[in-house]
Design a protein around this ligand. Structure first.
Ligand SMILES: [Co+2]
Length: 472
Protein backbone atom coordinates (compact mmCIF):
# COMPACT_ATOMS: atom_id res chain seq x y z
CA UNK A 1 0.00 0.00 0.00
CA UNK A 2 1.40 3.32 -1.02
CA UNK A 3 1.66 6.32 1.14
CA UNK A 4 0.86 9.80 0.02
CA UNK A 5 2.95 12.84 0.75
CA UNK A 6 1.89 16.42 0.80
CA UNK A 7 3.61 18.29 -1.94
CA UNK A 8 5.06 21.70 -1.94
CA UNK A 9 5.19 22.38 -5.61
CA UNK A 10 2.26 23.81 -7.47
CA UNK A 11 0.04 21.49 -9.38
CA UNK A 12 -1.06 23.47 -12.31
CA UNK A 13 -3.09 21.24 -14.55
CA UNK A 14 -5.66 19.79 -12.29
CA UNK A 15 -6.04 22.22 -9.51
CA UNK A 16 -6.76 19.33 -7.30
CA UNK A 17 -4.04 19.41 -4.78
CA UNK A 18 -4.13 16.44 -2.52
CA UNK A 19 -5.46 17.97 0.63
CA UNK A 20 -2.57 19.25 2.58
CA UNK A 21 -4.67 19.04 5.63
CA UNK A 22 -5.41 15.72 7.17
CA UNK A 23 -1.75 15.17 7.84
CA UNK A 24 -1.99 16.63 11.25
CA UNK A 25 -4.98 14.55 12.01
CA UNK A 26 -3.06 11.47 11.19
CA UNK A 27 -1.47 10.16 14.29
CA UNK A 28 1.17 7.53 14.37
CA UNK A 29 3.87 9.94 13.41
CA UNK A 30 6.00 10.10 16.43
CA UNK A 31 9.28 11.21 14.99
CA UNK A 32 9.26 14.77 13.87
CA UNK A 33 12.51 14.98 12.08
CA UNK A 34 11.50 13.83 8.69
CA UNK A 35 10.19 16.34 6.26
CA UNK A 36 8.35 14.05 3.97
CA UNK A 37 5.42 12.90 5.89
CA UNK A 38 3.22 9.96 5.69
CA UNK A 39 0.29 11.62 4.16
CA UNK A 40 -1.70 8.58 3.46
CA UNK A 41 -4.15 9.73 6.02
CA UNK A 42 -5.36 12.60 3.90
CA UNK A 43 -9.06 12.75 3.56
CA UNK A 44 -9.23 14.17 0.11
CA UNK A 45 -12.73 15.33 0.64
CA UNK A 46 -15.60 14.03 2.58
CA UNK A 47 -18.03 13.85 -0.21
CA UNK A 48 -18.64 10.46 -1.59
CA UNK A 49 -21.62 9.42 0.45
CA UNK A 50 -22.35 6.58 -1.80
CA UNK A 51 -19.77 4.92 -3.87
CA UNK A 52 -22.08 4.19 -6.70
CA UNK A 53 -20.00 6.06 -9.17
CA UNK A 54 -16.73 4.41 -8.64
CA UNK A 55 -15.15 1.85 -10.79
CA UNK A 56 -15.55 4.31 -13.55
CA UNK A 57 -14.36 3.55 -16.97
CA UNK A 58 -11.06 1.84 -16.80
CA UNK A 59 -10.28 2.12 -20.44
CA UNK A 60 -7.33 4.08 -21.55
CA UNK A 61 -5.67 4.07 -24.90
CA UNK A 62 -6.32 7.68 -25.53
CA UNK A 63 -2.76 7.64 -26.69
CA UNK A 64 -2.45 10.86 -24.85
CA UNK A 65 0.87 11.11 -23.15
CA UNK A 66 3.62 10.96 -25.74
CA UNK A 67 6.53 12.37 -23.96
CA UNK A 68 8.81 12.88 -26.85
CA UNK A 69 11.36 10.28 -27.66
CA UNK A 70 14.89 11.31 -28.36
CA UNK A 71 16.44 8.56 -30.33
CA UNK A 72 14.57 5.35 -30.21
CA UNK A 73 17.38 3.20 -31.42
CA UNK A 74 19.90 4.61 -29.04
CA UNK A 75 17.47 4.18 -26.24
CA UNK A 76 16.84 0.54 -26.98
CA UNK A 77 20.55 -0.14 -26.94
CA UNK A 78 21.17 1.61 -23.72
CA UNK A 79 18.27 -0.14 -22.08
CA UNK A 80 19.39 -3.57 -23.03
CA UNK A 81 23.02 -2.97 -22.23
CA UNK A 82 22.46 -1.15 -19.02
CA UNK A 83 20.15 -3.56 -17.40
CA UNK A 84 21.51 -7.01 -17.31
CA UNK A 85 20.19 -8.20 -14.07
CA UNK A 86 21.04 -11.19 -12.11
CA UNK A 87 18.22 -13.12 -10.69
CA UNK A 88 17.47 -12.47 -7.11
CA UNK A 89 18.60 -15.45 -5.23
CA UNK A 90 15.94 -17.60 -3.83
CA UNK A 91 16.31 -19.68 -0.85
CA UNK A 92 13.34 -21.83 -0.46
CA UNK A 93 13.55 -24.12 2.46
CA UNK A 94 11.18 -26.92 1.86
CA UNK A 95 9.59 -28.59 4.78
CA UNK A 96 9.61 -32.26 5.29
CA UNK A 97 9.00 -34.75 2.56
CA UNK A 98 5.56 -35.84 1.62
CA UNK A 99 4.21 -32.53 2.79
CA UNK A 100 0.84 -31.50 1.47
CA UNK A 101 0.74 -29.45 -1.67
CA UNK A 102 -0.96 -26.14 -2.14
CA UNK A 103 -4.08 -26.21 -4.30
CA UNK A 104 -4.89 -23.88 -7.17
CA UNK A 105 -6.56 -21.57 -6.38
CA UNK A 106 -4.75 -21.74 -3.04
CA UNK A 107 -6.99 -22.84 -0.17
CA UNK A 108 -4.87 -25.17 2.00
CA UNK A 109 -3.99 -23.50 5.32
CA UNK A 110 -0.28 -22.95 5.84
CA UNK A 111 -0.46 -24.70 9.17
CA UNK A 112 -1.07 -27.90 7.20
CA UNK A 113 1.72 -27.26 4.73
CA UNK A 114 4.24 -26.35 7.44
CA UNK A 115 3.23 -28.44 10.45
CA UNK A 116 6.47 -27.64 12.29
CA UNK A 117 5.92 -23.91 11.93
CA UNK A 118 9.20 -23.39 10.13
CA UNK A 119 8.17 -21.07 7.37
CA UNK A 120 10.69 -20.17 4.64
CA UNK A 121 12.87 -17.26 5.53
CA UNK A 122 13.08 -14.31 3.22
CA UNK A 123 16.07 -13.28 1.18
CA UNK A 124 19.04 -12.43 3.38
CA UNK A 125 21.00 -9.36 2.34
CA UNK A 126 24.02 -8.20 4.27
CA UNK A 127 24.50 -4.58 5.03
CA UNK A 128 26.81 -2.66 2.78
CA UNK A 129 28.02 -0.49 5.58
CA UNK A 130 29.23 -1.51 9.00
CA UNK A 131 27.79 0.34 11.89
CA UNK A 132 29.12 1.16 15.28
CA UNK A 133 26.83 1.09 18.23
CA UNK A 134 26.98 1.78 21.88
CA UNK A 135 26.56 -0.97 24.39
CA UNK A 136 23.25 0.50 25.37
CA UNK A 137 21.97 0.44 21.82
CA UNK A 138 22.97 -3.18 21.48
CA UNK A 139 21.27 -4.00 24.73
CA UNK A 140 18.05 -2.28 23.72
CA UNK A 141 18.04 -4.00 20.37
CA UNK A 142 18.33 -7.38 22.06
CA UNK A 143 15.56 -6.57 24.46
CA UNK A 144 13.34 -5.61 21.60
CA UNK A 145 14.17 -8.50 19.43
CA UNK A 146 15.85 -11.50 20.78
CA UNK A 147 13.49 -12.70 23.43
CA UNK A 148 10.55 -12.99 21.13
CA UNK A 149 12.60 -13.14 18.00
CA UNK A 150 11.71 -16.67 17.17
CA UNK A 151 7.98 -16.25 17.37
CA UNK A 152 8.04 -12.84 15.80
CA UNK A 153 10.00 -13.96 12.79
CA UNK A 154 7.90 -17.08 12.40
CA UNK A 155 4.81 -14.94 12.33
CA UNK A 156 6.28 -12.58 9.79
CA UNK A 157 7.62 -15.36 7.59
CA UNK A 158 4.26 -17.08 7.65
CA UNK A 159 2.52 -13.91 6.50
CA UNK A 160 5.09 -13.57 3.73
CA UNK A 161 4.58 -17.15 2.62
CA UNK A 162 0.82 -16.58 2.48
CA UNK A 163 1.56 -13.60 0.25
CA UNK A 164 3.80 -15.63 -2.07
CA UNK A 165 1.38 -18.54 -2.41
CA UNK A 166 -1.53 -16.21 -3.00
CA UNK A 167 0.17 -14.08 -5.60
CA UNK A 168 1.32 -17.18 -7.45
CA UNK A 169 -2.31 -17.75 -8.31
CA UNK A 170 -2.63 -14.20 -9.62
CA UNK A 171 0.55 -14.33 -11.64
CA UNK A 172 -0.03 -17.79 -13.09
CA UNK A 173 -3.78 -18.18 -13.34
CA UNK A 174 -5.35 -14.75 -13.77
CA UNK A 175 -5.91 -14.00 -17.44
CA UNK A 176 -7.64 -11.32 -19.49
CA UNK A 177 -11.38 -11.76 -19.04
CA UNK A 178 -11.19 -11.92 -15.26
CA UNK A 179 -12.80 -8.97 -13.55
CA UNK A 180 -10.96 -6.89 -11.00
CA UNK A 181 -13.58 -8.04 -8.49
CA UNK A 182 -12.83 -11.71 -9.16
CA UNK A 183 -9.14 -10.99 -8.77
CA UNK A 184 -9.54 -9.07 -5.51
CA UNK A 185 -11.92 -11.61 -4.02
CA UNK A 186 -9.77 -14.47 -5.24
CA UNK A 187 -6.82 -12.99 -3.40
CA UNK A 188 -8.84 -12.34 -0.28
CA UNK A 189 -10.39 -15.84 -0.22
CA UNK A 190 -6.92 -17.25 -0.60
CA UNK A 191 -5.28 -15.17 2.11
CA UNK A 192 -8.03 -15.97 4.59
CA UNK A 193 -8.02 -19.68 3.77
CA UNK A 194 -4.24 -19.96 4.04
CA UNK A 195 -4.26 -18.17 7.36
CA UNK A 196 -7.13 -20.29 8.61
CA UNK A 197 -9.09 -17.18 9.53
CA UNK A 198 -12.24 -16.72 7.45
CA UNK A 199 -12.88 -13.53 9.37
CA UNK A 200 -16.61 -13.97 9.65
CA UNK A 201 -16.85 -14.34 13.42
CA UNK A 202 -16.40 -11.16 15.39
CA UNK A 203 -12.73 -10.52 15.99
CA UNK A 204 -11.46 -13.41 13.87
CA UNK A 205 -9.90 -11.06 11.33
CA UNK A 206 -7.82 -9.50 14.10
CA UNK A 207 -5.96 -12.81 14.40
CA UNK A 208 -5.06 -12.76 10.75
CA UNK A 209 -6.40 -11.42 7.50
CA UNK A 210 -6.00 -8.75 4.87
CA UNK A 211 -3.47 -6.07 5.73
CA UNK A 212 -5.45 -3.47 3.78
CA UNK A 213 -7.95 -3.51 0.88
CA UNK A 214 -6.63 -5.42 -2.11
CA UNK A 215 -5.50 -2.94 -4.72
CA UNK A 216 -6.06 -3.74 -8.38
CA UNK A 217 -5.01 -0.86 -10.61
CA UNK A 218 -5.13 -0.72 -14.38
CA UNK A 219 -2.94 1.42 -16.62
CA UNK A 220 -3.03 5.04 -15.42
CA UNK A 221 -4.47 4.07 -12.05
CA UNK A 222 -1.50 4.28 -9.75
CA UNK A 223 -2.66 3.12 -6.34
CA UNK A 224 -5.61 2.59 -4.00
CA UNK A 225 -8.22 1.14 -6.31
CA UNK A 226 -10.28 -1.71 -4.97
CA UNK A 227 -13.57 -2.87 -6.47
CA UNK A 228 -16.73 -1.60 -4.85
CA UNK A 229 -19.17 -4.24 -3.64
CA UNK A 230 -20.47 -6.22 -6.59
CA UNK A 231 -18.56 -4.17 -9.11
CA UNK A 232 -15.48 -4.71 -11.13
CA UNK A 233 -14.18 -4.24 -14.64
CA UNK A 234 -13.01 -6.85 -17.08
CA UNK A 235 -9.24 -6.95 -17.47
CA UNK A 236 -8.23 -6.78 -21.11
CA UNK A 237 -5.32 -8.32 -22.95
CA UNK A 238 -3.61 -4.95 -23.40
CA UNK A 239 -4.04 -3.81 -19.79
CA UNK A 240 -1.20 -3.22 -17.40
CA UNK A 241 -2.25 -4.40 -13.95
CA UNK A 242 -0.82 -3.62 -10.53
CA UNK A 243 -1.78 -5.81 -7.60
CA UNK A 244 -1.02 -4.60 -4.09
CA UNK A 245 -2.19 -6.58 -1.10
CA UNK A 246 -1.20 -7.09 2.48
CA UNK A 247 -1.32 -10.06 4.82
CA UNK A 248 -1.39 -9.55 8.54
CA UNK A 249 -1.07 -11.91 11.47
CA UNK A 250 -1.92 -10.42 14.85
CA UNK A 251 -1.36 -6.94 13.48
CA UNK A 252 2.01 -7.58 11.85
CA UNK A 253 1.60 -6.69 8.21
CA UNK A 254 3.45 -7.88 5.12
CA UNK A 255 2.95 -5.32 2.37
CA UNK A 256 4.03 -6.35 -1.11
CA UNK A 257 2.97 -5.42 -4.63
CA UNK A 258 3.75 -6.22 -8.25
CA UNK A 259 2.71 -5.18 -11.71
CA UNK A 260 1.97 -7.66 -14.48
CA UNK A 261 0.93 -7.55 -18.10
CA UNK A 262 -0.25 -9.94 -20.77
CA UNK A 263 1.73 -8.31 -23.57
CA UNK A 264 5.49 -7.84 -23.79
CA UNK A 265 5.24 -4.15 -24.62
CA UNK A 266 5.37 -3.25 -20.92
CA UNK A 267 8.43 -5.35 -20.13
CA UNK A 268 10.82 -2.39 -19.93
CA UNK A 269 8.53 -0.39 -17.67
CA UNK A 270 8.18 -3.36 -15.35
CA UNK A 271 11.95 -3.87 -15.36
CA UNK A 272 12.55 -0.19 -14.60
CA UNK A 273 10.30 -0.09 -11.57
CA UNK A 274 11.52 -3.45 -10.33
CA UNK A 275 15.05 -2.09 -10.62
CA UNK A 276 14.14 1.02 -8.64
CA UNK A 277 12.53 -1.04 -5.88
CA UNK A 278 15.41 -3.48 -5.68
CA UNK A 279 17.80 -0.56 -5.52
CA UNK A 280 15.86 0.83 -2.58
CA UNK A 281 15.94 -2.59 -0.91
CA UNK A 282 19.67 -2.85 -1.45
CA UNK A 283 20.30 0.63 -0.09
CA UNK A 284 18.21 0.21 3.04
CA UNK A 285 20.10 -0.46 6.24
CA UNK A 286 20.62 0.49 9.85
CA UNK A 287 21.67 4.13 10.16
CA UNK A 288 21.05 4.78 6.47
CA UNK A 289 19.45 8.15 5.84
CA UNK A 290 16.12 8.35 4.09
CA UNK A 291 17.50 10.96 1.69
CA UNK A 292 20.13 8.45 0.56
CA UNK A 293 17.58 5.73 -0.13
CA UNK A 294 15.45 8.22 -2.07
CA UNK A 295 18.38 9.40 -4.16
CA UNK A 296 19.34 5.84 -5.06
CA UNK A 297 15.77 5.01 -6.04
CA UNK A 298 15.44 8.10 -8.20
CA UNK A 299 18.69 7.49 -9.97
CA UNK A 300 17.76 3.89 -10.77
CA UNK A 301 14.28 4.78 -12.00
CA UNK A 302 15.40 7.72 -14.14
CA UNK A 303 18.17 5.72 -15.76
CA UNK A 304 15.48 4.01 -17.80
CA UNK A 305 13.72 4.98 -20.94
CA UNK A 306 11.05 2.61 -22.07
CA UNK A 307 9.21 1.94 -25.27
CA UNK A 308 5.52 1.13 -25.05
CA UNK A 309 3.53 0.48 -28.19
CA UNK A 310 6.17 2.20 -30.28
CA UNK A 311 6.46 5.33 -28.15
CA UNK A 312 9.38 6.20 -25.97
CA UNK A 313 8.93 7.54 -22.45
CA UNK A 314 11.18 8.50 -19.60
CA UNK A 315 10.14 6.70 -16.43
CA UNK A 316 9.12 9.20 -13.80
CA UNK A 317 9.15 8.38 -10.12
CA UNK A 318 5.74 9.28 -8.70
CA UNK A 319 6.54 12.32 -6.59
CA UNK A 320 3.67 12.29 -4.13
CA UNK A 321 3.83 8.66 -3.04
CA UNK A 322 6.36 7.13 -0.71
CA UNK A 323 7.65 3.93 0.76
CA UNK A 324 7.15 3.64 4.52
CA UNK A 325 7.91 1.82 7.70
CA UNK A 326 5.38 -0.53 9.23
CA UNK A 327 4.48 -0.69 12.88
CA UNK A 328 2.29 -3.05 14.83
CA UNK A 329 -1.27 -2.57 13.51
CA UNK A 330 -0.07 0.45 11.50
CA UNK A 331 0.62 0.07 7.83
CA UNK A 332 2.36 3.44 7.82
CA UNK A 333 4.52 3.80 10.88
CA UNK A 334 5.54 7.43 10.38
CA UNK A 335 8.72 7.27 8.31
CA UNK A 336 8.30 7.96 4.62
CA UNK A 337 10.75 7.39 1.79
CA UNK A 338 10.03 9.46 -1.31
CA UNK A 339 11.27 8.37 -4.71
CA UNK A 340 12.79 11.75 -5.43
CA UNK A 341 15.65 13.71 -3.99
CA UNK A 342 15.08 15.24 -0.56
CA UNK A 343 17.06 16.29 2.46
CA UNK A 344 15.46 14.05 5.06
CA UNK A 345 18.22 13.07 7.48
CA UNK A 346 16.03 10.58 9.38
CA UNK A 347 17.79 7.28 9.75
CA UNK A 348 16.51 3.76 9.48
CA UNK A 349 16.96 1.87 12.72
CA UNK A 350 17.59 -1.65 13.84
CA UNK A 351 14.47 -3.70 14.31
CA UNK A 352 12.39 -1.56 12.01
CA UNK A 353 10.23 -3.02 9.31
CA UNK A 354 10.00 -1.21 6.01
CA UNK A 355 7.78 -1.59 2.99
CA UNK A 356 10.15 -0.56 0.23
CA UNK A 357 8.03 0.28 -2.76
CA UNK A 358 8.41 2.47 -5.78
CA UNK A 359 5.99 3.68 -8.42
CA UNK A 360 7.09 4.69 -11.89
CA UNK A 361 4.89 6.37 -14.45
CA UNK A 362 4.92 7.42 -18.09
CA UNK A 363 2.52 10.24 -17.21
CA UNK A 364 3.15 13.24 -15.02
CA UNK A 365 4.66 11.29 -12.17
CA UNK A 366 2.08 12.81 -9.93
CA UNK A 367 -1.28 11.47 -8.79
CA UNK A 368 -4.60 13.12 -8.28
CA UNK A 369 -7.53 11.77 -6.33
CA UNK A 370 -9.94 9.88 -8.52
CA UNK A 371 -13.66 9.39 -8.01
CA UNK A 372 -14.85 6.59 -5.78
CA UNK A 373 -13.33 5.36 -2.58
CA UNK A 374 -10.55 2.96 -1.71
CA UNK A 375 -10.80 2.30 1.97
CA UNK A 376 -11.20 3.48 5.51
CA UNK A 377 -9.13 3.17 8.62
CA UNK A 378 -9.50 4.08 12.27
CA UNK A 379 -7.43 7.09 13.17
CA UNK A 380 -4.67 5.95 15.47
CA UNK A 381 -5.06 8.50 18.21
CA UNK A 382 -8.79 8.86 18.55
CA UNK A 383 -10.21 8.04 21.98
CA UNK A 384 -12.43 5.02 22.27
CA UNK A 385 -15.33 6.96 23.61
CA UNK A 386 -16.55 9.79 21.50
CA UNK A 387 -19.94 11.32 21.29
CA UNK A 388 -21.57 10.67 17.97
CA UNK A 389 -24.92 11.91 16.76
CA UNK A 390 -25.89 8.68 15.05
CA UNK A 391 -26.52 5.39 16.80
CA UNK A 392 -25.54 3.66 13.59
CA UNK A 393 -22.19 5.43 13.69
CA UNK A 394 -21.60 4.23 17.23
CA UNK A 395 -22.44 0.68 16.30
CA UNK A 396 -20.20 0.83 13.27
CA UNK A 397 -17.38 2.28 15.33
CA UNK A 398 -17.56 -0.75 17.59
CA UNK A 399 -17.71 -3.15 14.66
CA UNK A 400 -14.61 -1.56 13.18
CA UNK A 401 -12.70 -1.72 16.43
CA UNK A 402 -13.76 -5.33 16.98
CA UNK A 403 -12.85 -6.53 13.52
CA UNK A 404 -10.17 -4.28 12.06
CA UNK A 405 -8.67 -2.15 14.78
CA UNK A 406 -6.45 0.27 12.84
CA UNK A 407 -6.13 -2.04 9.82
CA UNK A 408 -7.47 -0.27 6.74
CA UNK A 409 -10.61 -1.92 5.36
CA UNK A 410 -13.04 -1.35 2.50
CA UNK A 411 -16.76 -1.57 2.03
CA UNK A 412 -16.58 -5.13 0.72
CA UNK A 413 -15.06 -6.17 4.04
CA UNK A 414 -18.00 -4.67 5.90
CA UNK A 415 -20.49 -6.31 3.55
CA UNK A 416 -19.08 -9.77 4.16
CA UNK A 417 -19.60 -9.27 7.89
CA UNK A 418 -23.28 -9.01 7.06
CA UNK A 419 -23.56 -5.28 7.65
CA UNK A 420 -25.88 -3.20 5.57
CA UNK A 421 -27.08 0.40 5.49
CA UNK A 422 -23.94 1.57 7.16
CA UNK A 423 -23.01 4.39 4.79
CA UNK A 424 -24.49 7.19 6.84
CA UNK A 425 -22.74 5.90 9.93
CA UNK A 426 -19.50 5.50 8.03
CA UNK A 427 -19.62 9.03 6.67
CA UNK A 428 -20.41 10.30 10.14
CA UNK A 429 -17.27 8.63 11.47
CA UNK A 430 -15.25 10.19 8.67
CA UNK A 431 -16.70 13.60 9.32
CA UNK A 432 -15.85 13.36 13.00
CA UNK A 433 -12.27 12.45 12.23
CA UNK A 434 -12.62 9.02 13.81
CA UNK A 435 -12.16 7.22 10.55
CA UNK A 436 -9.87 8.32 7.76
CA UNK A 437 -11.04 7.82 4.16
CA UNK A 438 -8.67 7.06 1.32
CA UNK A 439 -9.30 7.94 -2.31
CA UNK A 440 -8.05 6.17 -5.42
CA UNK A 441 -4.99 7.81 -6.96
CA UNK A 442 -4.46 8.19 -10.69
CA UNK A 443 -1.99 9.73 -13.08
CA UNK A 444 -3.23 11.24 -16.37
CA UNK A 445 -5.39 9.22 -18.72
CA UNK A 446 -3.42 7.29 -21.27
CA UNK A 447 -0.36 6.95 -19.07
CA UNK A 448 0.97 3.77 -17.56
CA UNK A 449 2.28 3.20 -14.10
CA UNK A 450 3.88 0.28 -12.34
CA UNK A 451 4.74 -0.63 -8.77
CA UNK A 452 6.90 -3.19 -7.01
CA UNK A 453 7.09 -3.50 -3.26
CA UNK A 454 8.72 -5.70 -0.64
CA UNK A 455 8.58 -5.83 3.13
CA UNK A 456 11.90 -6.20 4.88
CA UNK A 457 13.16 -6.21 8.42
CA UNK A 458 16.40 -4.63 9.57
CA UNK A 459 18.00 -7.23 11.80
CA UNK A 460 21.18 -6.87 13.76
CA UNK A 461 23.62 -8.25 11.21
CA UNK A 462 21.54 -8.37 8.05
CA UNK A 463 18.25 -7.46 6.53
CA UNK A 464 15.68 -10.07 5.62
CA UNK A 465 13.54 -9.35 2.57
CA UNK A 466 10.55 -11.20 3.94
CA UNK A 467 8.30 -11.07 0.91
CA UNK A 468 10.96 -11.96 -1.68
CA UNK A 469 9.96 -14.78 -3.97
CA UNK A 470 11.25 -16.34 -7.15
CA UNK A 471 8.76 -14.15 -9.01
CA UNK A 472 9.98 -10.72 -7.91
CO1 LIG B 1 3.11 -0.08 1.01
Amino acid sequence: MGSKTPETENHRDHGDSPSADGISRNGGEPRGSHNSRDGDGCVGDLVNEDDSDDDDDKSNNNGEPSTTSPDAQLQTESTSVKKKKKKSKKKKKKTGSGAKQQSNPPRVPLSELFPTGDYPEGEIQHYTKIRTRTAEERHNARLQFNSEDGEFLKTYRKAAEVHRQTRRWVRESVKPGYTTLEIAEGIEDSVRALLGHPGLETGDSLNGGMGFPTGVCLNHEVAHYTPSPGKGVVVKQQDLMTVDFGVHINGWIVDSAFTMAFEPTYDDLLAAVKDATNTGVKTAGIDVRISDVSAAIQEAMESWEVEINGKTYPVKPVRNLTAHDIKHWHIHGGKSIPFVKNSDQTKMEEGEIFAIETFGSTGRGYTRDDVGMYGYGLNYDVPLTTSLPLASAKRLHKTIRDNFSTIVFCRRYLDRLGLDRYLAGLNCLVQHGIVEAYKPLADIEGSYSAQFEHTLILRETHKEILSRGDDY
